[in-house]
Design a protein around this ligand. Sequence first.
Ligand code: IPM
Ligand code: MN
Length: 355
Amino acid sequence: MKKTYNIAVLPGDGTGPEVVREGIKVLKAVEARQDFTLNFTEYDFGGDRYLRTGEVLPESAPDEMRKYDAIYLGAIGHPDVKPGILEKGILLKLRFELDQYINLRPVKLYENVPTPLKDKGPKEIDYVVVRENTGGLYTGMGGISMKGTKDEVAVQSMVYNRIQVERCLRWAFEYTRKRARRNTLALCGKTNVLTYVYDLWERAFHEIGKADFAEIRRDYYHVDATCMWMVKNPEWFDVIVTGNMFGDIITDLGAITQGGMGVAAGGNINPNGVSMFEPIGGSAPKYTGQNVINPIAAVGAGQMMLDILGESAGAKMVEDAMKKTLLKMKSMDAGKMGMSTSEVGDDVANEVAKL
Ligand code: IPM
Ligand code: MN
């Protein structure tokens, strides 16, 4: 029997809808060549809906999303809405409520994609960051008192429990094993200053690694040094695992080394539930409606979605086709691609049909 996947589509704000449209175009081309069906259902969560209705996210949304096999997201962020409201109320809310505790962010440079790293190419830039996605500084624990006075105090806590740390580390070890590339997992922390939280991470890392993943080599880097080596020697890395905040920061650095926000894709993964896939760049409001934004990151997010759904042959089709299109693009930057947004999508879809 043909498998059917029900996908919730959240195009979101700014250029989100434009890139999601191209991603779906490519996924439909793959569907035509593979033995599965994709049903897309669109939701209008985002800045425009919020400005119209005053509601950031309907209360029923997380439960409704739970009924799907996956979520495909464009971008969240609107120039007329104060920063934080939509990000916290939609993106982070869904990550937390759906317990998407892994944020998988490959840093992979494809042929013909420019990188600012001198003397580095696709051979050197090919690793994956596993970012813990539901804890740390993102829990919102903390507060502010005596606000607006000279005595005011602000606290924001980095919160981790053993279970959160362990489940993330275990997933990262398993992933490193499955990836079977250099069999090396690096923990990125800050044990010299964050002597509580990263001590917990480091102990759990070695305990789990020693007991259950003895064949995986374990490296440790402080986060500041990680940034340095990501620029100087990216070829050292295979899989990096880290907490939520460090993962957020180092994946922007990683993204620029793989061609920028137009290219980098990520998956918010609940290994036992519903996962959400997104281009990791923002909504790029100034390019909205111009058909100039790069949809490759959204295409890559679609590839990850198929892979996590278990459709690895379909995922490979997306990647193989995307690689061919990348060879024809003049740049990865909005307006400079030598193709429009929809032409890039058309081209990847055509390449899929030709595979
Ligand atoms: C990301 C983004 C989000 C994050 C923001 C928009 C809340 O930067 O997905 O990396 O910090 O996680
Ligand atoms: Mn980020």
